[in-house]
Design a protein around this ligand. Structure first.
Ligand code: PCA
Length: 200
């Protein structure tokens, strides 16, 4: 089995992206890791090319959503690029569509609810999120879900809070240890594997 797990480079002036750090700690032999740039369209193009090459059984993308107080599997992606901040290439998008002919929103197919429940059951904080934002993470999530729409390949996105190493830059913000985030992602991978097994 091959589970493609992507993470993003640091962005927005941070030297760490907890997603990248936590994915690096995953030890599951079925996991194939991919690092993406925080760039509209380009990140989506890279992961879609990797899906063509690898033909994975599932795709889990991971990113940072600083300010959240839990690990948050995303329920849906929207067909929009919009942010006050430009991407890492300096591209600013304010209200453009990812795919002018695409659907307004696409639901994740990797069992967001089951993943959140399983992580919670382990004692780590998790809850389903209804918004992946409209920045590069949403761009990747929407593009992957559109690509896999008619395929039986579970896919979705998980946002992580700031990690403890980012605490000094964000006083008062909720933080988690990278090792706990990695444990949460391991549970997510195991849950997705169970979903695949149940489909067969
Ligand atoms: N988080 C950003 C982009 C990269 C990342 O890790 C987002 O939520 O869109």
């Amino acid at each position: 089995m091959k589970i493609l797990v992507s993470a993003f480079e640091p962005f927005g002036g941070e030297s760490i992206n907890p997603a990248l750090e936590a994915v690096a700690l995953l030890r599951d032999a079925d996991v194939v890791k991919l690092t993406l740039p925080v760039r509209y369209a380009e990140a989506a193009k890279i992961i879609c090319a990797e899906i063509d090459r690898l033909e994975p059984d599932a795709v889990i993308s991971v990113g940072q959503a600083g300010g959240r107080d839990a690990v948050t599997p995303e329920r849906q992606a929207v067909n929009e690029r919009s942010s006050a901040a430009p991407d890492s290439a300096g591209r600013l998008c304010q209200g453009e569509k990812i795919d002018p002919e695409g659907e307004d929103r696409l639901e994740s197919t990797f069992g967001a609810e089951q993943i959140a429940c399983a992580i919670n059951a382990s004692g780590l904080p998790a809850r389903v999120s209804d918004s992946a934002g409209t920045y590069v993470c949403n761009d990747v999530m929407y593009s992957v879900l559109a690509k896999l729409k008619h395929k039986k390949v579970p896919a979705g996105f998980i946002h992580l809070p700031f990690c403890t190493g980012q605490a000094t830059r964000h006083p008062g913000a909720f933080t988690m240890e990278i090792s706990d985030m990695a444990r949460a992602l391991e549970i997510a991978v195991a849950t997705v594997k169970q979903i695949i097994a149940a489909q067969q």
